[in-house]
Design a protein around this ligand. Sequence first.
Ligand code: ADP
Ligand code: MG
Length: 251
Amino acid sequence: MIIVIANQKGGVGKTTTAINLSAACALQGKRVLLIDLDPQGNSSLSFVDSGSINASAFELLTELEQPWPEFIYRTKVKKLDIVPSRISLAKLEAKLVGDFDAIFRLRDRIESIRGDYDVIFLDTPPTLGIITVNALVAATHVLIPIQSSYFALEGTDDLLETIEKVRSRPNPDLSLMGVLVTLFDKRTALSKDVEAHIRKVFGTKAFKTIITRSVRLEESPAHKETIFTYAPNSSGASEYLKLCREVLQRG
Ligand code: ADP
Ligand code: MG
């Protein structure tokens, strides 16, 4: 299965989820590939040094003759590989202007390596532009992280509409796997209200697991660690493992 982690809002926990959910699934014995599609490259930095990146998502989508092995970087997490991203990816939109097949680039590229992995995760930028659309066209499932804050659901209508458009033509098989409450603050009534609201709006599409706010989760990327090596006994570690089980069940 190919899972796109999408929300055109920044700072909602897409990348944190991409990193730690990928690692959780690898720890569960799945063969996992994480493709970083955000020009900021934050997912990549947890796993590879920026200086060592020769081939990235930008070349994957533009240098169509360049063979796959060059894009795959092994990580220190067993069974987890990554296709890193660099800032050059920001030029993709301009580069693909006028190309009728622009939205199918990632899907076509993934086709030949799909069978090598049990789960492929796609981390996306905070926009609904060509990169995110490529990811939605290539994916089988969408996971939407939503921050439990006052404006939590603002913008989700646009995202759901984009998902519907992609389903209506280029990718009818795309399904909404679930909505994930992130950055949950146990101490505030607001967080609980927002969670209740999200459960009311999305029903069983809301994952049972929620991700609470945790300093450990915030710190781990700076140490180039996932939560499972940085703070294996933290709430973040157990929550992302729980989420992984839910994801594998729903897939
Ligand atoms: P996005 O990819 O949607 O922009 P990030 O995953 O990069 O969001 O998260 C935005 C910021 O919030 C980052 O600094 C990240 O470390 C922090 N963050 C994300 N999830 C949590 C969490 N559960 N607890 C604490 N900090 C978090
Ligand atoms: Mg991000």
